[in-house]
Design a protein. Sequence first.
Length: 213
Amino acid sequence: PGQSLAQWRADLETAVALQTEHISLYSLSLEPGTPWGEASLRGALTAADEDLSADMLELAIQQLKQAGFLHYEISNFARPGYQSQHNCAYWRRDNYLGLGVAAASCLANHRFSNVTTIEQYEQLLQQGQLPVLDEELLDINDVMAEAVFLGLRLAEGISFSDFQSRYGADVRKRFRKQIARLNKAGLLLCDEQGMRLTERGMMLGNQAFAEFV
């Protein structure tokens, strides 16, 4: 809040000058139950203007590309060879196992997270129980929809053949209506190999993802 475009430009220039290899850019989310979230509810703190936020992202894309960064995911930029393999696993919906307090895991259609305090974690283990707080079993339709909106976060988008081999379905047929709407709105680009967000789609990612939620 209160940040100007000039300040943002200076931040970007400083980050590049420090020979940074990877930069993640997110606008501030005012979450319920946090000090800033509560301040926002009281009217003591105002979220950043959406138009200004869009101008900031456009400036970042322009400056970081000129500095040699790859815009490989909506909010992430890296010098060649320094893309985050950890986060790419999430966006490609690979399996991951989280170990420890509050850790989250996703194994195929099984998603679960652990309890959030050391005390609970130790107590459950001592009782011979898994320290799981929440878990969810997704059906194949949910899994495929999730794979689409996560995969579209990546600049490379979604490969039709990879999707077919992983889920046994043609993504173009399964989500025909959604793809048609996004294509008509200029948010999605399809070719013979796959589909990905356009530059406008990268700016309006949440609007595109909402089609699959």
